[in-house]
Design a protein around this ligand. Sequence first.
Ligand code: D41
Length: 678
Amino acid sequence: MNDKIELVQLQLQKLRQQIEQYNYQYYVLDDPRIPDAEYDRLFRELQQVEQEYPQLVTSASPTQRVGSTPLKAFSQVKHEIPMLSLGNAFDEAEVEAFDRRVCEGLSVDTVEYAVEPKFDGLAVSLCYENGFFKTGATRGDGHTGEDITLNLRTIKSIPLNLTAKNVPSLLEVRGEVLMLKADFLKLNQRQRDKGEKEFANPRNAAAGSLRQLDSAVTATRPLSFFAYGVGRAEDGQNGQIPKDKHSDVMAYLVALHFPVAKECQVVTGLHALLAHYQKIGAMRVDLPYDIDGVVYKVNSLSQQEKLGFVSRAPRFALAHKYPAQEAMTKVLDIDVQVGRTGALTPVARLEPVFVGGVTVTNATLHNSDEVKRKDVRIGDTVIVHRAGDVIPKVISVVLAQRPAQTQSFEMPTQCPVCGARAVRLEGETVARCSGGLFCPAQRKQAIIHFVSRRALDIDGLGDKLVEQLVDNAIVRTPADLYKLGIAALMNLERLAEKSVSNLLAAIEKSKQTTLARFIYALGIRNVGESTAKALALHYGSLDRLMVADIENLQLVPDVGPIVAQSIVSFFDEPHNREVIEQMRLSGIVWQEHEGKSMPMTVETAISGKTFVLTGTLPTMSREDAKQEIENQGGKVTGSVSKKTDYVVVGDEPGSKYDKALNLGVTILDEAGLQALLQ
Ligand code: D41
């Protein structure tokens, strides 16, 4: 009997190790090694064996991440070593002052710093006794926090026990709990589907999830943890906790399988700090988590000790903040804009507010469902979000500040520009003006699209000028651009002779184009740049494309029934055919070719593969490389993910190169790409 128990013990040990190893690969390394089904199978097997031998269940088993009964309240935990706060800097002068104080305090000229992102999460402390996760607590006021052990145990990237050879007898790991942006979006989608309240941002979602008295609820929330340092630490018999440098401590935590930000680095001197701030700032929107700054820490632990503290913040560390991506402001009005395809978009006109580094006066409300869901009203105080170059959007209404007698906003049933009926097709989220190109708003947008850089690329024809031309009935369709003469243009306000002749030259130049650009320029609904390229490649001539039917169109890569229908509808419209005819008469030309009228699915090493280009290639321009890859049916995207097949690296590659290395994506140089292209 004892033999049997010993065997089961071994089996359990192996299963638990396997599962925790897969958790580590999945949640910490972001590199799943086995299919979900296999993971589930192992997990069920463990559950079954534990059910048969309940006496062998231990709290460190992966099946025990969720506590059984909800708590009545959290108990208090005292932080033996206080969890200090971080001093803030909002500009370079404050960073310079910090570096100067540090140098003076240490009587040195220059200092080595560890730099890391500042997560916008919740600081927590994790205590490990002899390698076992014992207690987890919130930061609280820095001296006393709340015991949230059961909730923290549900976070799969937090190890339940440390498996390294030399575990310390006591280790308090400090870090931040947060929700990844992608997980936040999925969670909110789930909340929407269930008809439950959405979270305003990842931080609120993480905070709400961590504060649950029922850890079973926390377990359903996708939380992540990232370590930023250690608190209490005792080596005991075998521990090997680094004593020299913060960066060594972080490397040690990595070795113990704690998640640590990939963006950590060691740099020397003030200029390197500021350069790092810029570098991370440029990556900010693309990072998988929200950050609100970077943290600078004096790297030497003895130097840290020498510098000490002022009140509650260490003198050896500083948070350099980025401009906030959210701000509060008032809705002055709600307008409805008409897009190129007639889509009616409600837009909030805002009291100007500084957010994400710029002053924002408009924010999109997307569509009528969104306005209804968020119930944004004129006069409301709202939270506006702006990150990177994306269009600012209204996140939520601050209901407590809603003035009396506001009215909920109703989308108009008519186009606000041309008065045509607004129609919302089944399955679509937006209502559209049914006025087509008779609607001046759609006409303007169609022309703005036609002349844009990636379409016919007419320099000097800005939005304002297009508006004037349409408002004065000088231009009604893109074809009219090719009938413009000096006289008509000179009559317009604010247009000098020189700009008129430049513009006419640019219009003339645009007549030499490519079939792909021309198709894209037409602004057919659902036909973006890459579909236009695929169509040009497949048909080789505009006439062949114009007569293609729905079935035939679907032979083109990436063209499905919806896109095919849009194309057929576009060319069915006599007005559109007339405009095309006029443009051809005015001399627009492109090279035509035989095309692939049969569904030529020549399988090459490139077709169906996804590429990312970074850095300067020795002989090919990036555009050329992209073109060649696309010609062979490959796809070129802007960012590296697990789905990327190849990253082509030239001189001075960007962070995409590091990401590729991290994810284990195949890396090519130009010669490697050329070989594939052959
Ligand atoms: O990412 C963070 N939010 C972060 C917070 C970080 N990377 N490092 C931090 N380091 C410290 C010291 C230097 C005091 C150990 C911190 C925090 N503190 C912190 N988080 C919340 C309050 C203080």
